[in-house]
Write a protein that binds this ligand. Structure first.
Ligand SMILES: Cc1ncc(C[n+]2csc(CCOP(=O)(O)OP(=O)(O)O)c2C)c(N)n1
Ligand SMILES: [Mg+2]
Length: 286
């Protein structure tokens, strides 16, 4: 009898023999959605450079994907990704990291590169906590939740709408899904990969170990059920008031715009400047 091989086995680094994710973690769903999107577009790993920061979600591309991957310092993957895109304009650059990495310590890289509209795909696994380091409060942790660093409950105001933040900063494409929407997530990742500009996808993702236990919201299945129950499409959400939307997760493709992309603009300007320099040499002008 022949051995059954998973269709995405070819995307996985051969030296990886086990997953670094806890049982029930949403990051496996995100990893598979990325691979489904790449496969669905008939692309392969050589078309991409992946970049991640530090945290559980950062383990999705590194070491899991058999590709060129930069596992960078905490909060800095988008800065590295910008550098890669400037040097290797023909590559698709995809950042995969956590809410802490991208929105807390890395928040300024996120908004400035969205503003510049640098072509890259950024996938943010938003589990509302610093998962890998033991469940400390993040800017995305809901108010009042008891965490390792807030034994009496968090007292900070929260980034409730990080997709909204990235839209306001100027990104071309922004979508939000949960790990309970793997098919819709895959379809949005496909669009994001094809987008000329900064494409951001927020994935509300369950961390049953560090978040579920502490919040008392239960195990992975209960967390997924909760996501499904609270989700509302952007089309339906538009009919409701702010009050009515309290506690709901607005999902869908929130923004899809065509606007100038900075790496292309820089390349055009560089060509123009070089053309000017060559013309100056031709005519003997200094
Ligand atoms: C400069 C710096 N500050 C803090 C840390 C510790 N640290 C590593 S990962 C992390 C947070 C990870 O949270 P998130 O990005 O949400 O990823 P998750 O594990 O939840 O997927 C922190 C605070 C670090 N490695 N470097
Ligand atoms: Mg996190």
């Amino acid at each position: 009898m022949s051995e059954l091989v998973h269709p995405y086995h070819r995307f996985i680094r051969p030296t990886v023999t086990h997953s670094s994710f806890c049982p029930g973690c949403g990051d496996g769903t995100i990893a598979q959605s990325i691979l489904r999107a790449i496969d669905g577009l008939d692309m392969d790993m050589d078309d991409f450079v992946f970049v991640s920061g530090i945290g559980c979600a950062a383990w999705i591309p590194s070491p899991l994907f058999n590709a060129d991957v930069l596992h960078t310092t905490h909060g800095r993957p988008i800065a590295f990704a910008f550098g890669i895109k400037m040097g290797l304009t023909e590559k698709k650059v995809m950042v995969v990291s956590g809410d802490g990495d991208l929105v807390a310590i890395g928040g300024n890289h996120l908004i400035q590169n969205a503003r510049r509209n640098i072509e890259m795909v950024v996938i943010c696994s938003n589990n509302g906590i610093y998962g890998m380091t033991g469940g400390q409060a993040a800017p995305t942790t809901p108010m009042g939740v008891k965490t390792t660093t807030t034994p009496y409950g968090t007292f900070e105001n929260v980034f409730e709408d990080i997709s909204g933040l990235v839209i306001a900063a100027g990104a071309s494409f922004v979508a939000r899904w949960t790990t309970g929407h793997p098919r819709q997530l895959t379809a949005s990742i496909k669009k994001a990969i094809q987008k000329k500009g900064f494409a951001f996808i927020e994935v509300i993702s369950q961390c049953p170990v560090q978040f579920g236990r502490k919040m008392g919201v239960g195990n992975a299945v209960q967390m997924l059920e909760d996501y499904k129950n609270r989700s509302i499409s952007i089309q339906e959400a538009k009919k409701l008031s702010k009050e009515e939307l309290k506690g709901r997760i607005v999902v869908g493709e929130l923004v899809d715009l065509d606007k100038p992309e900075m790496v292309e603009e820089v390349t055009r300007m560089r060509k123009k400047a070089m053309g000017g320099a060559e013309a100056a040499v031709d005519t003997g002008r200094s």
